[in-house]
Design a protein. Structure first.
Lengths: 310, 297
């Protein structure tokens, strides 16, 4: 290190620098070993997607079959369905989740009663910290055939709806419950964005006679726009994430048509069905598209907002 | 900011308060319903008449949990997991973040390490190859499978690295003049000034490990090895059964099964208590973490 050059004599300094570098390598070593075993070894394991993998024969003994699993995959009607479901569900979560979070942040910012503001924040952040295992029970209590929502429909003389078993309702249910879980917490960053807007702008606009709507539209939203844009770009890679935890806890064979996502499909076919090579092939396809999306998102973000993800 | 005293602005303000309170209630009431169910009698739960107050108040479900050996086994597997993961994660995070926070001039290999780490964050071998590797390592059905695959939380490493970059250089220079080694500089200078950021990543680790059920589902073949969330997941009402047979009461015909619903609710409540205990800290540090960590200049 060159920082202490006025004090230590040159010979000592060189030795110190060398020693410090050795220490740096040593500090990184344990973490790198874990990454090697649990991240990079599985990447090497991807070769099983090009094999007829048999666990007893291992990665080196299994027979290579080239692109067989991939051509099988692309001829399977399931694959299109599973990718489509994943993208629709993920996009729905991103779009409606952001809209509600933005709207909530703008409204919450108007609350002047400190205690109320704090209490509401405490409550709406809570679902974010709870597991889908817990929240699935909440969703079932509300949306099963004799759940709260259907009891309400019943009391208005309307027909009950089998939300959890209907291919019409299952995707909206997934999207809605995820928006419910996350909107509060997602509003945190938008609140921070609102707080950074110059209050003088609002004062000037009020003096010119702009009402609340006009000020939200012409001052608050434009002020939030950079963050909104940035988060929208950075959420691009997550269009391949249907949310395994949520879907697995809520879906059933009756809604595979609309509810089956890449993650649940790979889990069922690859792991439970022990079709290891096929599961690895689907997983690889997904990882490659994911990598392309994340690199594009990073580049777009760098270009337009001068910020980046990594 | 709504200003002025005209009738329409007062009205507008009132509507905003109403919407915000409504959204708060929408988040609170469904969760509260679970608590009410857990304190109700099995019969009331089966009849689906429990709303926001317990019907036929009963602590029977909680008494049954006290005698449920598997529940507590899973609970303590999760406690053990959270503690192990926390120690391992924090150790690796600071050990990796410190050298990575050096400039390329100070530590030549810095960028090579950084590229490796970012690549590991962006690309993964996927579920199946990871499963095969872990099986080959004979880690299935051990506590280590819950901890070691996530030993390096890369996002947290980067977050702390960015925080270390912002630590004033003068602090480190003073320590060097005093003859401190890099490890001493890390523990005596960097860690003490980074405690809020470290609290954030510590809480990421705790919440993530407590809530995770997928790892247990994939890598544990024996129920006796399940962490708490995997165990609760294996208990909750079978959705396929529920959807096919129509109603809860049809699906769960005998009374013993009906009682499961308030028992499960009680299990959910007990399994959430640890998170509620640290919730004040979660609110404080997650918020700073998300604002600091989500975007990088």
């Amino acid at each position: 290190m060159a920082i202490n050059n006025q004090v230590a004599p040159a010979r000592d300094r060189k030795k110190d620098v060398k020693k410090a570098k050795l220490t740096y390598h040593a500090m990184l070593a344990p973490g790198m070993i874990f990454l090697l075993i649990f991240s990079f070894a599985p990447m090497f394991g991807i070769i099983m997607a090009f094999q007829d993998f048999v666990p007893a024969k291992g990665f080196f003994g299994s027979e290579f079959v080239g692109l067989e699993h991939f051509s099988y995959m692309f001829n399977l009607p399931d694959i299109g369905k599973v990718f489509r479901n994943t993208i629709v569900i993920a996009l729905g979560k991103i779009i409606f989740g952001s809209l509600l979070a933005i709207a909530f942040a703008i409204l919450l910012n108007e609350i002047r009663v400190k205690l109320l503001k704090k209490s509401v924040q405490t409550i709406v952040y809570l679902p974010h910290f709870l597991s889908w295992v817990v929240l699935a029970t909440v969703v079932v209590n509300l949306f099963s055939l004799d759940g709260t929502v259907n009891q309400i429909l019943d009391s208005f003389g309307l027909d009950r709806i089998n939300f959890l078993g209907s291919n019409t309702w299952f995707q909206p249910l997934l999207i809605g419950s995820d928006v419910w879980k996350e909107f509060g917490f997602n509003s945190v960053i938008y609140l921070a964005a609102i707080a950074s807007i110059d209050p003088g702008l609002h004062e000037a606009a009020s003096m010119d006679g702009a009402n609340w709507w006009k000020r939200v539209w012409h001052i608050t939203l434009p002020g939030m726009l950079p963050i909104i844009l940035l988060l929208a770009i950075l959420s691009l890679p997550s269009v391949l994430e249907g949310g395994f935890d949520q879907v697995y806890n809520l879906y059933s064979p009756m809604v595979y048509e609309t509810g089956d996502t890449i993650d649940t499909y790979v889990y069922r076919e690859g792991l439970v069905g022990r079709d290891y090579s096929f599961g690895a092939a689907v997983g690889l396809f997904r990882s490659v598209i994911g990598l392309i999306l994340i690199l594009s998102a990073n580049n777009i973000a760098k270009k337009f907002t001068e910020r980046k993800l990594f | 900011m709504i200003q002025g005293n005209s009738l329409s602005t007062k009205m507008g303000k009132f509507i905003i308060y109403l919407i915000v309170i409504f959204l708060g209630l929408i988040c609170l009431l469904p969760l509260w319903n679970i608590v009410a169910i857990s304190f109700s009698s099995g019969a009331a739960v089966a009849a689906n008449i429990v709303g926001l107050t317990p019907v036929n108040f009963s602590t029977g479900a909680y008494e049954m949990i006290m005698e449920d050996a598997q529940f507590w086994r899973s609970f303590f597997i999760s406690v053990q997991r959270v503690v192990l993961a926390l120690v391992i994660n924090l150790t690796l995070i600071v050990l990796m973040a410190y050298p990575l926070s050096k400039t390329k001039r100070e530590f030549k290999s810095r960028n090579i390490y950084m590229n490796i780490i970012v690549f590991a964050m962006l690309f993964s071998g996927g579920l199946i190859p990871t499963y095969i590797i872990i099986r080959n390592l004979n880690l299935l059905d051990t506590i280590w499978v819950l901890v070691l695959p996530g030993a390096v939380p890369i996002f947290s490493v980067i977050l702390i690295m960015n925080f270390f970059v912002g630590v004033p250089k003068s602090l480190e220079e003073a320590a060097i003049i005093d003859g401190a080694s890099p490890l001493q500089i890390l523990t005596k200078v960097y860690i003490p000034v980074s405690l809020p950021a470290l609290a954030t990543v510590a809480l990421f680790s705790i919440v993530g490990n407590w809530n995770d059920f997928m790892t247990g589902l994939i890598y544990m073949s024996q129920v006796s090895n399940y962490p708490i969330m995997t165990y609760i997941q294996s208990l909750t009402i079978d959705i396929s059964e529920l959807v096919r047979s129509g109603t809860n009461s049809d699906a769960l015909q005998n009374i013993a099964e009906v009682q499961n619903r308030n028992l499960n609710a009680a299990k959910i409540v007990v399994s959430t208590i640890p998170l509620l205990l640290i919730y004040p800290f979660l609110q404080k540090y997650f918020v700073t973490g998300i604002v600091v960590g989500s975007v990088k200049e």
